[in-house]
Design a protein around this ligand. Structure first.
Ligand code: CTP
Length: 403
């Protein structure tokens, strides 16, 4: 079988050296990789490195091997183009269709999925020019993964770091696995909550639940690979940030509500995968609660938390906004699910049966997705990413019917 053909575009940023690791992962996992650096990328990593690691000649110009028409052929023949790091300059050129070197020509001739992994200083990333270029590229179907937050060149820290090469590789793998189809969530803003809230009793204790957050993270990773801009609001998962998503950290249900309401104002889809505590202690003890000899413990009085899913469903930012809920049930799974779907007012409800093999924290899941229009879609036992993709398939079909 022919190896999938990947073009690795490298533009001129200090993170170019990290693209060597991405290249190695791609070649070692059976991809035929052609590296197309920009002239300034070669200031950071030389042509000899790219050529030796990829096993192909490397050129930045359209003037080499002209008889082979490389400025057209390389893009035409690719199954995937990934640009890592993508500078503000290459994003601008790609958004405006400039073609002054081999990489920009390749981007114009490619008809396969294109992934950009931006890396730059925070100010450059946040500049309206860059943000508009990113929005344009996403609208046209490119997968632009959000930069990571952390140490930048010099003493600065902030958003703009190239995500870990292993994470970019995973995004590429997922995009390639979907085949030559356009990313169906491109240009969409997806808000996902994940994990389980904790409701503090005192500085050392809380009421919590056993949600691991893995299903929400699988939803975030698959949505990135399908081209969405992803805001992941996570509660107490302790999981590493999924590449390409904006991550907001919260602890309690009240904080989760605030973060969700802020993020949903321009969201196309909201997926409430988090296990939200229905109740919180009525009082928070500023000092640690101590046991007292000979005394029974004081009862814990609870008050209701807001129902975020019901609120988001009832007050949608736009009539077309799609709202997805999750429910974990132990018995009467479908009947309880149907009742919950109605009560919460969402479009889709993913119902899990809690039991053996389907416990919290596992890598697999099995569910039935109930739709407000009466649909009932069983999702067989399998990896959480499979369930996540089924949710996005259903969401995507709804977007198509709205169009
Ligand atoms: N949810 C929410 N806010 C809450 C409780 C739950 O947004 N305060 C959301 C969850 O994120 C999930 C869905 O509602 O998407 C279902 O949660 P669940 O706890 O099963 O629903 P409950 O309303 O608690 O129903 P019940 O107590 O009857 O099981």
């Amino acid at each position: 079988m022919e190896k999938p053909k990947v073009v690795l575009g490298v533009s001129g940023g200090i993170a170019a050296y990290k693209a060597c690791e991405l290249l190695r992962r791609l070649t070692e996992s059976g991809h035929d990789v052609r590296v197309v650096p920009t002239g300034s990328a070669l200031q950071f990593v030389g042509a000899a490195t790219w050529s030796a690691l990829s096993g192909h000649p490397v050129s930045t110009e359209v003037w080499n091997d002209v008889h082979e028409v490389p400025h057209v052929r390389i893009g035409q023949g690719a199954d995937l183009v990934v640009v890592a790091p993508a500078t503000a300059d290459i994003l601008a050129k790609a958004a405006h269709g400039l073609a002054d070197d081999l990489l920009t020509n390749t981007l114009l001739t490619a008809r396969c999925p294109v992934v950009f992994a931006p890396a730059m200083h925070t100010e450059m990333w946040e500049h309206p020019a860059t943000q508009e270029n990113v929005a344009t590229l996403r609208r046209r179907g490119a997968v632009v993964i959000e930069p990571a937050v952390g140490r930048l060149t010099g003493v600065d820290t902030g958003k703009g770091r190239l995500p870990d090469p292993g994470e970019i590789f995973e995004v590429c793998r997922r995009v390639l696995a979907r085949g030559p189809v356009a990313p169906d969530l491109a240009g969409r803003h997806v808000v996902i909550s994940a994990g389980g809230t904790r409701e503090p009793l005192d500085p050392v204790r809380y009421l919590g639940n056993r949600s691991s957050g893995k299903q929400g993270y699988a939803l975030a990773r698959t949505a990135v690979a399908r081209g969405a801009r992803v805001t992941l609001i996570e509660a107490n998962t302790g999981l590493p940030d999924p590449s390409g998503a904006d991550v907001v950290r919260v602890v309690t249900a009240v904080q989760l509500r605030e973060a969700v309401l802020k993020a949903v104002s321009d969201a196309d889809v909201v997926v409430m995968a988090a296990a939200v505590a229905d109740f919180r202690p009525a009082e928070y003890a500023e000092g640690k609660i101590k046991k007292k000899d000979g005394q029974e413990p004081a009862p814990i009085v609870l008050v209701r938390n807001p129902d975020i899913l019901a609120e988001v469903s009832a007050e949608r930012a736009t009539p077309d906004q799609i709202v997805v809920g999750f429910a974990a049930e132990t018995d009467n799974v479908l009947a309880n699910g149907r009742e919950k779907l109605l009560r919460k007012g969402c479009d889709l409800l993913v119902v899990n049966e809690v039991g053996e093999r389907k416990t919290f924290g596992s890598e697999e899941n099995e569910a039935v997705v109930l739709a407000a229009d009466g649909g009932e879609i069983p999702v067989p036992y399998g990896p959480k990413e499979g369930l996540a993709d089924t949710v996005w398939d259903l969401v995507s079909a709804r977007f198509s019917s709205q169009a």
